[in-house]
Each structure stands twice: as C-alpha cells, then as structure tokens.
Design a protein around this ligand. Structure first.
Ligand SMILES: *[C@@H]1O[C@H](CO)[C@@H](O)[C@H](O)[C@H]1NC(C)=O
Ligand SMILES: *[C@@H]1O[C@H](CO)[C@@H](O)[C@H](O)[C@H]1NC(C)=O
Length: 231
C-alpha cells in the first residue's frame, strides 16, 4: 500500500475514534439521573416511581398550566368533580376515607376523582391511568401497579368493568391496599347476581355493601369491599 494512503487511513480512523468518544461522552452527560419530578413538594416514600414521566419535564409548564386551566373550567369537568365529591363525602361519613387516608385511584382518567378528593382536604391521593395527565394523574398499568403491598388505605376505580383482565386488576387493587383498608368499585348499574360476580373477583376482601348511585351522569352500582389480612 502506498505510504500516503496509509497515513490518510490512519488519520481517518483517529478522527472516527475521536468522534465516537465525544458522542459517548455527550450521551453520558445528557442522560437524566432519574425520571422522578424533583420539584414534587410532597414526596411520598410509598409511591416511589415517576410521579410524572420523563416527557413531562420537557413539556412547557406554562402551556400545561394553560391547558389544565382550560380543561378544569369546562362544565363537564366541574360536574364530574362535583359528582365524585358527593360519592367520596358519603364514604367519608361512613368512615371509609379521612383527610389522612392514603388514596389510590385506578383508571383515574384525566383526574376528576383526584381533584374531588384534594378539594375535600384529602392530600395523599395517587391517580394512575395508562396515559398520564400531570399533575393529577401518573402513568401506570392497572394490571401491574408500581406500588408496594399495602401502600394505601383506600382504593377506588370507576372502570373495573372496562378492564382487560378484571381478576388481575382487582388483585392489584387488593395487593396495594393495606389490610383493614377499603376498595370501592363502581360498575355499570346491575343487580345482585352481577354484584356477586364482581365480589367473587376479590379473593382477599369481605363484601360490605352495594348501592345504586349516579356517578358522573351515569347510573352505576357502587360496591364496597373490606381488604382482609394479606397472607
Ligand atoms: C379535612 O380538610 C378540610 C380542608 O383542609 C377541612 O376543611 C376539614 O375540616 C378536614 N376534616 C377533618 C375531619 O379534619
Ligand atoms: C339497581 O337498580 C336496578 C334497576 O332498578 C335493580 O335491578 C338492581 O337490583 C339495583 N341494584 C342494587 C345493588 O340496588
């Protein structure tokens, strides 16, 4: 091989190595340490998972605020929040929820139930949904909740009957709610036979009551279960 070509090739490979090294360095520097929102003023050790997702930090806070203000001022939103408020107030009167309860809302949608509880003075509320809606709702799969056993005192879902795997969905609610705590589900309005089917999904809870209610404009049956000792 001619000498000047050899020198040229050497230079080329040196340049390639330099570029690769710099790229690697840049990637290392840019990788965020965690996805957890460090600005969370109320860190909860039992909910140690990204309260907000990585892409949240890249969205502009002002546009998010604006968007949320617009959604939260619509009639549909205000009506839904007030409907959840009356449901939870009833459960508060029955001593199933207090201001100090650690609450989990599964299939929280854009977060109407979370807001209802916050407005009532229940501060420790975690809402999860397949799609996140910061700051009210985080992203999580209801069939595989990213929480430790017994992390909550109260679990609620208004969408059990739309779950892909209802058995698994209920098992995850029961696992994350501590024994002595309560799981409440609202399903499409139904009679005793269907209520019994839902109750059977709960392997570790005792049936407390079922009642027909109107929730967010829909006729639903609200079922209350008491979680028993975790074996
Ligand atoms: C719960 O919190 C709300 C709002 O802070 C307060 O008005 C209410 O009195 C509290 N309830 C109890 C039972 O402490
Ligand atoms: C709810 O209402 C339906 C229709 O009126 C009735 O058949 C059903 O028994 C009620 N369910 C409960 C739990 O009260």
């Amino acid at each position: 091989m001619e000498r000047h070509i050899q020198i040229f090739l050497n230079k080329l490979s040196f340049a390639a190595i330099t570029i690769a090294t710099l790229t690697l360095l840049l990637l290392c520097l840019q990788t965020p340490e965690t996805c957890v929102d460090q600005s969370d003023p109320n860190p909860k050790p039992h909910t140690r998972f990204p309260r907000t997702t990585c892409d949240f930090t890249h969205r502009s806070h002002t546009s998010l605020d604006k968007r949320n203000r617009r959604i939260w001022s619509t009639n549909a939103w205000v009506r839904a929040v007030s409907s959840y408020t009356s449901l939870f107030k009833t459960l508060q009167v029955q001593s199933h929820i207090s201001n100090h309860s650690r609450v989990l809302i599964v299939s929280a949608g854009p977060g109407q139930a979370v807001m209802a509880l916050n407005n009532m003075g229940v501060t420790d509320v975690t809402g999860v949904e397949l799609m996140d809606s910061p700051p009210l709702v985080s992203r999580a799969d209801p069939h595989n909740l990213p929480f430790f056993d017994g992390s909550f005192d109260f679990g609620f879902s208004g969408y059990l009957d739309r779950a892909l795997f209802p058995g698994r969905y209920v098992a995850e609610m029961e696992r994350t709610v501590s024994s002595g705590g309560v799981c409440v589900v609202a399903v499409e309005e139904c009679g005793a036979r269907e209520v019994d089917e839902v109750v059977k999904l709960f392997k570790r809870s005792k049936f407390l009551s079922a009642k027909n209610v109107t929730l967010a404009g829909e006729m639903m049956t609200r079922i209350i279960m008491r979680v028993m000792n975790h074996s």
